[in-house]
Design a protein around this ligand. Structure first.
Ligand code: BES
Ligand code: MN
Ligand code: ZN
Length: 477
């Protein structure tokens, strides 16, 4: 696909036009047909050319309010997705006046064009591909626009790669297959990648990852990616991801309904892959480490069991009361490894950790838990512009009381009440005093409903918000 920035709408291809409420519409169009309401659309044909009007709602700027960055991202997505459904192969986005929003516009357009269809029969796949995307801007903005479009392209492609891996099922993406994806990304971007197999995990004491993974015929792995874009002596930032390639619940097995969705239990780890690729391609001036704890949670003769006591990388002990609360167990090892190996500036983990976060916050917002104010603020600020909203939730003694164990440092469940907060408070014991944030992405990592700007399946949630927060924090240093 060719992505081009130009200062005039080319003669070929169809057009996406953004209009505020009350803005200019084709002559004769009534307000019943199209008013410019937020993300509403009107398809207009004239002289063999199609124009898709996409409404932006009320223009907030006359009231002194900024234009929400995510609005243009979604509007571009709505436009591209609708035209692609009509089989359009060349699209021009009329972005004049929206040059400041071009990173988001490019992201929205490219995210909207991704579909997961590699296993569909030929006849039911898309018949056309998007061959050309033109982004039209004011003449004197072309140079600046190109840089923003390049950045949006890197971010969107990394996110689409995360979605493409995420949509693959458990029989294809095993922990070892995920490691192979990590190696490929490392090769592409010239960063380093190390993978711990079962013997190495055993030798080095990754008791949590081993416990969760040993019930599966597909052995667990731990993956470390290192990008050195900063000064050699600088401590790195560390991002950590839960990658359960399939979560049956193990011996505490899940009910059958919707269990297939647990192929998405690897999305935290997949997001780490996208973050590492994009950080390297954007040449961010920081040192960044990506850690992925990957296992398949299966019931079997070898599986770990309720009552087991597990010793993690740093010697701390966990009493397993429910083998379905496996994410925190593998993350304990990863957080301990990150904390002790790198003495990091800070750590951010992403995990599809609890069903409870879905009950609390639904499908749009991730749960944000954090022990550090500037880090919390950086993530909250980033969320607004990247369109990956978060909500800050509490941790601490009131929750750790629920996971006190009689036989180990902590139990791996604290009951149903405050389920996301007890899980986060559990993780905090392994982060210790490192500045740390945890994003519970169980509600946001995939969508079972098709959205106007996104296909169903993995969303790639986490790539943009974490990168944006890291950039802000690095600049403030
Ligand atoms: N991967 C699940 C969390 C999950 C559930 C994500 C549903 C998305 C949708 C996690 O491993 C899990 O099973 N958590 C349990 C914890 C409980 C046993 C304390 C849960 O949320 O029910
Ligand atoms: Mn589970
Ligand atoms: Zn899980």
């Amino acid at each position: 696909m060719k992505l081009d920035v130009c200062s005039q709408v080319p003669a070929s291809g169809d057009v996406v036009l953004f209009v505020f409420k009350g803005g200019e519409v084709p002559p004769g169009v009534t307000s019943h047909e199209f008013e410019g309401n937020r993300l509403s659309t009107l398809l207009w044909r004239e002289n063999g050319k199609r124009t898709l009007y996409v409404g932006l709602g009320e223009d907030p700027r006359p009231d002194g309010k900024p234009l929400p960055l995510d609005l243009l991202r979604r509007a571009a997505g709505v436009g591209v997705k609708a035209l692609r459904k009509l089989g359009v192969e060349e699209i021009s986005l009329q972005a004049t006046g929206f040059e400041a929003q071009l990173v988001g516009i490019t992201e929205g357009a490219l995210l909207a064009d991704y579909v997961f269809e590699e296993f569909k029969p030929e006849a039911s796949r898309r018949k056309t591909e998007l061959k050309r995307l033109n982004i039209v801007v004011a003449r004197d903005e072309v140079r600046a626009a190109e840089a923003r479009v390049d950045e949006g392209k890197i971010l969107a492609r990394a996110t689409n790669e995360v979605r493409a891996i995420g949509n693959l099922p458990g029989n294809i993406i095993t922990p070892e297959a995920l490691a192979e994806r990590a190696r490929n990304i490392a090769r592409d971007t010239k960063i380093t990648c190390r993978v711990w197999d079962m013997p190495k995990l055993q030798k080095e004491g990754f008791g949590g990852i081993i416990a969760v993974g040993k019930g599966s015929a597909n052995p667990p792995v731990f993956i470390a990616l290192e990008y050195m874009g900063g000064a050699k002596k600088d401590a790195p930032y560390v991002v950590v991801g839960k990658a359960i390639t399939f979560d049956t619940g193990g011996i505490s097995i899940k009910p059958a309904a919707n269990m297939d969705e647990m192929k998405f239990d690897k999305m935290g780890g997949c997001a780490v892959l996208g973050i590492m690729r994009a950080a390297a391609e954007l040449k961010l001036p920081i040192n960044l480490v990506g850690l992925i704890a990957s296992a398949e949670n299966m019931p079997s003769a070898e599986a770990y069991r309720p009552g087991d006591i597990v010793t993690t990388y740093d010697g701390k002990t966990i009493e397993v009361l429910n083998t379905d609360a496996e994410g925190r167990i593998v993350l304990a090892d990863a957080l301990a490894y990150g904390r002790t190996t790198y003495k990091p500036k800070l750590m951010i983990d992403m995990a599809t950790l609890t069903g409870a976060v879905l009950i609390a916050l639904g499908h749009k917002r991730a749960g944000l838990f954090c022990n550090d104010e500037p880090l919390r603020k950086a993530l909250q600020d980033a969320a607004e512009s990247t369109g990956e909203p978060v909500w800050h939730l509490p941790m601490g003694d009131e929750f750790t009381d629920q996971i006190k164990s009689d036989v180990a440092l902590a139990k791996n469940t604290g009951g149903r009440e405050g389920g996301s907060a007890t899980a986060a408070s559990f993780l905090q014991m392994w982060a210790e005093d490192v500045r740390w944030a945890h994003l519970d992405i169980a509600g946001t990592a995939w969508t079972t409903k098709e959205l106007p700007f996104l296909e169903k399946g993995a969303t790639g949630y986490g790539v943009r918000i974490v990168l944006q927060a890291l950039r802000t924090l690095a600049e403030a240093e």
